[in-house]
Design a protein around this ligand. Structure first.
Ligand code: HEC
Ligand code: HEC
Length: 464
C-alpha cells in the first residue's frame, strides 16, 4: 500500500501551525485539521482517506448536499451545522462535539466557501463575470423555504395500515416491504459511487429520528442519491403522516444509540497488585464497561458495530479489556485477513479524528492481530506499532514486557486484553485524562489492511 500522495504540503503546514495553539482558529485552519483528511483540501471529497471510505466523504463542490431541509435542495446553515454536530451515523462522518459551537459555525461558513467555489467553477464559460458572477453564485447558494411538517394526524392502527399501502407503492421497491433494503448494484450517487437504501430496521437515521427530519427526507428527497422527493401532489400531507407512522413502526428509535459513535468519559479505576494479564481475570467483574459504537469505513459490508471497553490502571500502565461480537474467526493461517484491534492513546487535548501519517501527534499505538505478522514494508502497519504477534490467540509483544496482550474467541465473541504503558502520550496521573480511540479489523469483510470500523476519541479519566 502506498501512502497518501495527493495530500498537499500546504495542509500539513497548516496542521503544524494549528496543532499547538488551539485558540481562535479560523474556519480554514479548523477545516485543515479536522476535515481535510476525508473531504480534501478543496472540499472535493478527495482527501487521502477518501479512497478507503464507503460512503465517500461529501464533495462540497459538486453541490449535492444530502440532508437538506429546504424546498430548493440548497442546504441551510442549520443543515450543515447539524451534520457537523451530530455526524451522519452509519458513515465515517462523526459528530464534532469536541469543537466549540462557535468553531462549528466557522466551519459551516467555510463549507459554504467551498460550495460556492464549486458553483463559481461551474459558471465559468457562461460569460458571467465580476459582480454579475458573484450575484449568480450567491443566488444559487441561497437556501429556499424551510420544509416543515403539517399538523400531525393521530397515530392509529388505521393510519399505519394506510401508510403501509403508501409504503408498498412508493418505497418498497428500494427499501423492501420490511424496510431492510433491496440490494441493487446499479444504484449509484451523482458522483458515481455505489449507494444502497440502508437496512432501516437497524435504527440508524443519518439525519435523525425526529418526525420533522423524516418529513423532510420524503419531501426533499436525498439529493445526489436515487432517493426521490415526493411533492404534495404525489402524496398529500395527511397521507404522508400515515406513511411516517408506518415507517416509525418499522424503525426502532432507541436503537440508534447502539450505532451512534459518541464520545464518553470513562472512569479508569486503580487496581491493587499486578494488573490482569488474562482476559478472564475475575477482577474485571468489578470494572464498569462502556459500549463504544464504531463508525464503519465500508458501510456496505456488515461489520463490527461496537465494542464493550473496560479499563484499569496501576499508576503506570493501562490495561484494556475489549469485547465484541464477531461471528467469524479469522486469524493467520485461516484464509482471509486476520481479526484485530488497534488502540491509540494521546496527550493531545483535541486530536483529529483521523490523524494522518506525518501529523505531529504524540500517540502510543498498540495493535493486536489474531495470529498474524503483518508485512514489514507495509506503511499502515508500520504506523500502528507496537504490534502483538499472536500464534495461538495469545499475543506477545515484540518490543518488551511493557506492552503485552492476550485474546480469546469463543462462541462469536472476541475478548482482547491489552496492557499498554503510555510513553509518548505522557504519564498517567490520578484525576488526569487521556484521549483513547480504537479501531477493529474484521478479517471476514476486510478489503485491504485497514480497519473495518473506528471509534471517536474517548476520554479516559484516571481514578485513585
Ligand atoms: C473520517 C472522515 C471524515 C471526516 C474527518 C469528516 N467527514 Fe464530513 N463526511 C464524511 C463522510 C463519509 C460523509 C458522507 C456520509 C454519507 O453520505 O452518509 C460526510 C459528509 C459531510 C457533510 C454533508 C452533509 C450533507 O447533508 O450532505 C458535511 C457538511 C460534512 N461532512 C462536514 C464535515 C466537516 C465540517 C468536517 C470537519 C469538522 C468533516 N466533515 C470531517 C467523512 C468525514
Ligand atoms: C429509488 C430508490 C428509493 C426510493 C423509491 C425510496 N428511497 Fe429512501 N433511500 C434510498 C437510498 C439510496 C437511501 C440512502 C441514501 C444515503 O444514505 O445516502 C435512502 C434513505 C432513506 C432514509 C434514511 C434517511 C436518513 O436520515 O438516514 C429514509 C427515512 C428513507 N429513505 C425513506 C424513504 C421513504 C419513506 C420512501 C418512500 C416514500 C423512500 N425512502 C423511497 C433510496 C430510495
Amino acid at each position: 500500500m502506498t501512502s497518501f500522495p495527493s495530500f498537499s504540503v500546504r495542509v500539513f503546514a497548516l496542521l503544524l501551525l494549528t496543532l499547538g495553539g488551539l485558540e481562535a482558529q479560523c474556519g480554514m485552519q479548523l477545516y485543515a485539521q479536522h476535515c481535510a483528511a476525508c473531504h480534501g483540501e478543496r472540499g472535493r471529497g478527495d482527501g487521502p482517506a477518501a479512497r478507503f471510505l464507503d460512503p465517500k466523504p461529501r464533495d462540497f463542490q459538486s453541490g449535492h448536499f444530502r440532508f437538506v431541509s429546504t424546498d430548493n435542495g440548497v442546504p441551510s446553515d442549520t443543515d450543515i451545522l447539524e451534520a457537523i454536530s451530530a455526524g451522519l451515523p452509519g458513515s465515517a462522518m462523526l459528530g464534532f462535539t469536541q469543537l466549540t459551537p462557535p468553531e462549528r459555525i466557522r466551519l459551516v461558513d467555510y463549507v459554504r466557501v467551498l460550495r460556492r467555489a464549486g458553483i463559481r467553477e461551474r459558471l465559468a464559460g457562461t460569460g458571467l463575470e465580476g459582480d454579475a458572477l458573484e450575484a449568480e453564485v450567491f443566488a444559487l447558494d441561497t437556501p429556499g423555504a424551510l420544509v416543515r411538517p403539517a399538523a400531525e394526524t393521530p397515530d392509529t392502527m388505521e393510519s399505519r395500515a394506510r401508510g403501509a399501502l403508501h409504503w408498498t407503492r412508493l418505497c418498497a421497491s428500494c427499501h423492501g416491504d420490511n424496510g431492510r433494503g433491496v440490494f441493487d448494484p446499479l444504484r449509484i450517487t451523482a458522483e458515481g459511487h455505489l449507494v444502497q437504501p440502508r437496512d432501516l430496521t437497524r435504527g440508524v437515521m443519518k439525519s435523525g429520528h425526529e418526525a420533522e427530519r423524516l418529513w423532510q427526507r420524503v419531501r426533499c428527497g436525498i439529493p445526489g442519491t436515487p432517493m426521490p422527493k415526493l411533492t404534495a401532489k404525489e402524496l398529500d400531507d395527511d397521507a404522508l403522516w400515515d406513511l411516517l407512522h408506518h415507517l416509525q413502526s418499522l424503525v426502532p428509535a432507541g436503537r440508534q444509540a447502539l450505532h451512534d459513535p459518541l464520545r464518553w468519559t470513562i472512569g479508569v479505576p486503580r487496581l491493587a497488585g499486578a494488573l490482569p494479564t488474562d482476559p478472564a481475570d475475575e477482577r474485571f467483574n468489578g470494572v464498569s464497561a462502556t459500549w463504544i459504537a464504531l463508525a464503519p469505513m465500508q458501510a456496505h459490508t456488515p461489520n463490527v458495530n461496537g465494542v464493550m471497553l473496560q479499563a484499569a490502571h496501576d499508576g503506570e500502565h493501562v490495561v484494556l479489556r475489549i469485547q465484541y461480537a464477531d461471528r467469524t474467526f479469522n486469524a493467520a493461517g485461516v484464509p482471509g485477513a486476520p481479526d484485530g484491534v488497534a488502540v491509540r492513546l494521546t496527550s493531545a487535548a483535541r486530536p483529529p479524528v483521523l490523524p494522518l501519517p506525518g501529523m505531529p501527534l504524540p500517540v502510543d499505538r498498540a495493535l493486536w492481530l489474531a495470529g498474524a505478522k503483518p508485512a514489514p514494508d507495509d506503511p499502515i502497519f508500520e504506523h500502528l506499532v507496537p504490534r502483538f504477534e499472536n500464534p495461538d490467540s495469545v499475543c506477545k509483544s515484540p518490543i518488551g514486557p511493557e506492552h503485552v496482550g492476550k485474546a480469546a474467541w469463543r462462541d462469536g465473541l472476541w475478548t482482547v486484553l491489552m496492557l499498554v504503558k503510555p510513553e509518548r502520550a505522557g504519564r498517567l496521573s490520578v484525576g488526569g485524562t487521556m484521549p483513547l480511540s480504537l479501531a477493529v479489523f474484521d478479517g471476514a469483510t476486510a478489503r485491504g489492511p485497514l480497519p473495518g470500523a473506528f471509534s471517536h476519541w474517548q476520554t479516559l479519566r484516571f481514578l485513585p
